[in-house]
Design a protein around this ligand. Structure first.
Ligand code: ACO
Length: 334
């Protein structure tokens, strides 16, 4: 039976590796490497410089995904749509996807940004899957790219500065047969707008427009209630993962690989424990990359593929949770 699935993967990371110690030293943070590693599982992150945009990282990851898809399929891959998942676009207007498409030489294709914070990749994947299964598009290039550290994060706010990193991951979604490597078997999405202020940027949108000289500059950065996010992330990721498993007709025991949104190792361990998943099923790269928001899941998938940590055909469970609140889960064959 026909579904849609991943036929190519790509990633792009800024070269600068910033350890916890360096982050603390350079920004004068009242924190420690031990606190960050123990509470979050993060040791380092990649950070973009001021000249590197989300579009730059996204275009590089997209090009790599196209090259990998063309290699895997013998060359017959011509994306007719680009979906970019991001909360850190190159400009507040216009969207970034058309510029990425143009840079990739994809002339006149459909191109749109999707904003669902850390759930962005699962949302974009779900949209791509639906469009391909409906026959509206044949090859959709899904990119998730973020530059939180240069745009939304106050480098002097220890609550948030320790968590985030930059990067981009991408996948080509194309018609696939259920059960074949890459095949998407089920997707579930959800949201709860009562979580709006648990992680938000107070100023700069139409609710509270930016006015030169008015209000503290900190209002242009992310404000976060970490404890509330933590609790809701565990609850929602667990529930949506159960829904996605049921949608695929899989039991927890069927899952070979679990890749959750790379926000905090304690969140991931707690979700796995609630689901009854043994620790060895988890794959991720939180320790080295931190929280790369929408990009975290495709980066972790690409990383698992490169390391050979998952084999083609492995039953894979994805689960994400982000600001909004938004959440989503998918089951697919690796
Ligand atoms: N360094 C050192 N000490 C700190 C730091 C820091 N960076 N931040 C807080 N502390 C202190 C607090 O002041 C507090 O001190 P006290 O006990 O003297 O009052 C103590 O450490 C414990 O603070 P908590 O906030 O209770 O720490 P917690 O165990 O909840 O961990 C954290 C905080 C890491 C932010 C956690 O709540 C978390 O990861 N939440 C999820 C946040 C997240 O993932 N956000 C990303 C965006 S949304 C998403 O991706 C799902």
């Amino acid at each position: 039976m026909t579904t849609a699935g991943l036929v190519g993967l790509g990633l792009s990371l800024p070269p600068d590796i910033v350890s916890n110690e360096r982050l603390i030293r350079e920004n004068g943070l009242d924190s420690s490497d031990d606190w960050i590693r123990t509470r979050t599982g993060i040791s380092a992150r990649r950070m973009a410089d001021e000249c590197t945009s989300t579009g730059d990282l996204g275009a590089a990851a997209g090009a790599a995904a196209l090259a990998s898809a063309r290699f895997a399929t013998g060359g017959d891959v011509r994306p007719d749509m680009v979906i970019l998942a991001t909360t850190t676009p190159d400009h507040r207007c216009p969207s970034t996807a058309p510029h990425i498409a143009q840079r990739l030489g994809l002339k006149d294709v459909a191109a749109v940004d999707v904003s669902a914070a850390c759930s962005g990749f699962v949302y974009a994947l779900s949209l791509a899957h639906a469009l391909v299964v409906a026959g509206a598009y044949r090859h959709v290039l899904v990119i998730a790219a973020e530059t939180y550290t240069t745009t939304l994060i106050d480098p002097h706010d220890r609550d948030t500065a320790i968590l985030f990193g930059d990067g981009a991951g991408a996948a080509v979604v194309a018609p696939t047969v259920h059960g074949e490597p890459g095949a998407l078997e089920s997707v579930r999405l959800g949201s709860d707008g009562t979580g709006l202020k648990v992680l938000h940027v107070p100023v700069g949108g139409s609710r509270s427009p930016f006015r030169m000289g008015q209000g503290p500059a900190e209002e242009l950065y992310v404000r976060m209630n970490g404890r509330a996010l933590y609790t809701n992330a565990v609850r929602r990721m667990t529930a949506t993962a159960r829904d996605a498993l049921a949608g695929a007709g899989w039991s927890v025991d069927d899952v070979d690989v679990f890749i959750g949104h790379q926000a905090n190792q304690r969140i991931l361990d707690s979700v796995a424990e609630h689901l009854g998943l043994p620790p060895d099923r988890q794959q991720g790269n939180l320790r080295d990359l931190g929280n790369t928001a929408a990009a975290s899941i495709p980066l972790a998938i690409a990383d698992a593929a490169v390391r050979g940590a998952a084999r083609p055909g492995d039953r894979t469970l994805l689960a994400a949770f982000g600001a909004g609140y938004t959440w989503g889960s998918a089951t697919l064959r690796f």
